[in-house]
Design a protein around this ligand. Sequence first.
Ligand code: FO1
Length: 309
Amino acid sequence: MRSVVALAGGVGGAKLALGFSQILDPDELTVIINTADDDEFYGLHVSPDFDTVMYTLAGVSNVETGWGLQDESFRTLGRLKQYGVDAWFNLGDLDFATHLFRTQMMGEGKTLSEACTKLAQALGVRHRLLPATDDPIRTMVETEDGIMSFQEYFVKNRCEPVVKSIGFEGSNSCRINNDAKEFLMNMDLLVFCPSNPFLSLAPILSVPGFRKIVESYPGKSVAVSPIVGGKAIKGPAAKILQELGHDVSSLGVARQYVGLCDTFIIDDQDVSMKQSIESLGMEVFVTKTIMNSNQEKKQLAEFILDISA
Ligand code: FO1
């Protein structure tokens, strides 16, 4: 039996996780998910990246927006606005149930991962999805307009403020989720999904002890670039690379993973970068990384398993 661990943020991570889930048995795949985008809205604990992966694997995600549920309505949010609530974070009516139940379970003393596992099982997800930590960790974005929470930056301000630095509040005191640690210690393959290196994967690696486990892992570790042809497939990765003074390219991303992974996958469009990334000491593979259809998600997952065999 294989044991593949995939580190994931939101949409890019969810797509590749879905690809793996079409090939690997439930006990062969563990997806460790960023929780630093979590926040409280309308009194409820919202875990956007976990839910994006969970809804995707459950086959109920909204593929147009990349977040939330398909066939969603927003009547509850509309009523909150009528009550005068500044409801800028859009929770759909069905999505509300997820956050209500998660918050209720956590209020009764369940950990974040216990609550999330219960939700995922109820939605029929068979593969293991784990929050990187059960403890609070929050991405704070220092911008030219001031310091703000991740969701304020991402949703309220539509990623417009120029980013000066990114920090992870709570990252000194949080602990790796116990099960996640166990699977990290026994994995045969580690995959960095094509998620934002600064906003999705860096917070996972900032959990004390996590980076060390990855750095000292002697097996195969593969990263997939979320940048194709100088553009992010989704989200602000390209803008942030540029604002933080990095190359807006797969090379710029690969530099973030030096010492963390030995293999880097770039898209066919970026074949010209192969040599410069190899000079960072990584083996580089070139393939189609844009995953629109389920078949393309499966193909990329198969490619990763093939090159790692
Ligand atoms: N993203 C938006 O751009 N606007 C929203 O109103 C919004 C609401 C939302 C609700 C639940 C959820 O799980 C995700 C939501 N997202 C929204 C996406 C979220 O901000 C991002 O997916 C991640 O945090 C970045 O990966």
